[in-house]
Design a protein around this ligand. Structure first.
Ligand SMILES: [Zn+2]
Ligand SMILES: [Zn+2]
Ligand SMILES: [Zn+2]
Length: 403
């Protein structure tokens, strides 16, 4: 993890408390606080996840990503050909694609692919020894594959969580020399939700899933039991693990095609050439949309220690980006930020942020168990006329359903 020195929690002793749970910090109004001023566009912090995993449907549909860092393993041309179903497409300016197939590496036992020997070794040393299925990697009858298949059948796209995150966490503990050190990294997340209402997992995963949860729990206990965290295998503990990945899991997306697009923007081109390139890229996006809809990226989720401590605001002063093309998360300032100002992110997608106060607060309450008191919510509470009639109606409908 690289952490800018210019960014620190308000007091060092609060770091630990911040890591202990979002709920607490919302209540005490702490979170991440800037120690210096930042300008709009500055990268405030960069962080790699404690653990991350590609979504299992995404993997099944042949979105090829490094098993460790989720970097796309197709070059931009291969990716766009697959997603448009058109093998004749040739992308100009191939030098704008930074995918280097000569560095690709794989596990010699199970052949799972990595973007580099470094990622292969990092995975092996962290969790892959305990998880490597050897020649059975593709065998649908292998118990671990059965568990993943079961998960997939309960959780159709768009995916919001991954059973694989839980499996990797357990594998990390299994193969760690110092188990307690690994457990303590994750227990700060688990503890943050262990006492929360049962229905957070219910809301996050859907009622149908809750009926099937017991199947997953008993499968996991049978095939992947780790005694040092046996409390995670109880119904309550298992529930809290799901609430953990639901409330703290951060979506990750990587695409060699969008990196290529970005790199072409930096090219020094004549006006006519530039115009032609822009037109061609627009056409490609239309075709991508036609064939693959919104599923363009390698997608997964991860747990980030610092980012998960940031509080929510409906007018956040930072946004999360993945500009390195892998699982490295950047918090980028959206506005100028003054020293001592709280650093906030949005827990809602951008569409969610555009909705009325009632809708936003309902989503935050259900999924994150808090009532938002950000400046936007407070001012809209004072001036309810800001929400449109449509939003009010829709919100009232929602409330009716709740009763
Ligand atoms: Zn990698
Ligand atoms: Zn392997
Ligand atoms: Zn708000």
């Amino acid at each position: 993890m690289t952490l800018s020195r210019d960014w620190l929690p308000r007091r060092p002793e609060e770091t630990e408390r911040i890591a202990q749970g979002r709920e607490l910090f919302r209540q005490i109004g702490k979170g991440l606080v800037a120690q210096k001023s930042f300008q709009s566009g500055d990268v405030i912090l960069e962080e790699k996840p404690l653990v991350c995993a590609q979504f299992s449907w995404n993997e099944l549909y042949k979105y090829k990503a490094c098993e460790f860092c989720l970097r796309s393993l197709e070059n931009a041309e291969e990716m766009v050909r697959r997603l448009t179903n058109d093998p004749s497409i040739i992308l100009p300016y191939p030098e704008c694609c930074d995918v280097d197939a000569s560095k690709f590496s794989f596990c010699s036992q199970c052949q799972v692919q990595y973007c580099s020997p470094e990622c292969r070794d990092a995975a092996w040393n962290s969790y892959h020894q305990a998880l490597c299925l050897g020649p059975s990697r593709e065998d649908p009858d292998h118990p671990l594959n059965q568990l993943i298949n079961q998960w997939r059948s309960f959780h159709y796209p768009p995916e919001t969580g991954s059973m694989m995150l839980i499996i990797k966490i357990i594998a990390m503990i299994m193969q760690a020399k110092d188990k307690s050190a690994v457990i303590s990294k994750f227990s700060t997340f688990v503890n943050s939700v262990i006492n929360e209402r049962e229905d957070i997992a219910h809301k996050l995963l859907g009622e149908q899933f809750m009926d099937q949860r017991e199947i997953l729990r008993s499968m996991l206990t049978e095939i992947f039991f780790e005694e040092s965290v046996q409390q995670w295998y109880t119904p309550e503990g298992f529930n809290s693990l799901f609430a953990l990945i639901g409330t703290n899991g951060q979506g990750i997306g990587s695409s060699s095609f969008s990196r290529w697009v970005k790199a072409t923007e930096e090219l020094q081109l004549g006006d006519a050439e530039k115009q032609q390139l822009d037109d061609n890229i627009d056409k490609l996006y239309d075709r991508l949309q036609e064939v693959s809809g919104s599923f363009l990226d390698c997608e997964g989720s991860g747990l980030y220690q610092l980012q998960s401590a940031a509080n929510h605001s409906c007018v956040p002063n930072t946004e999360i980006t993945f500009s390195h093309g892998d699982h490295t998360l950047s918090l980028v300032a959206l506005t100028d930020i003054q020293p001592d100002e709280e650093i906030t992110i949005s827990y809602l997608g951008c569409c969610g942020l555009d909705r009325g106060r009632h809708s936003r607060q309902k989503a935050l309450k259900e999924n994150y168990l808090f009532t938002c008191n950000c400046p936007k919510c407070v001012s809209q509470c004072d001036d309810e006329s800001i929400t449109t009639d449509d939003e009010e109606e829709e919100d009232e409908d929602d409330e009716d359903n709740e009763i």
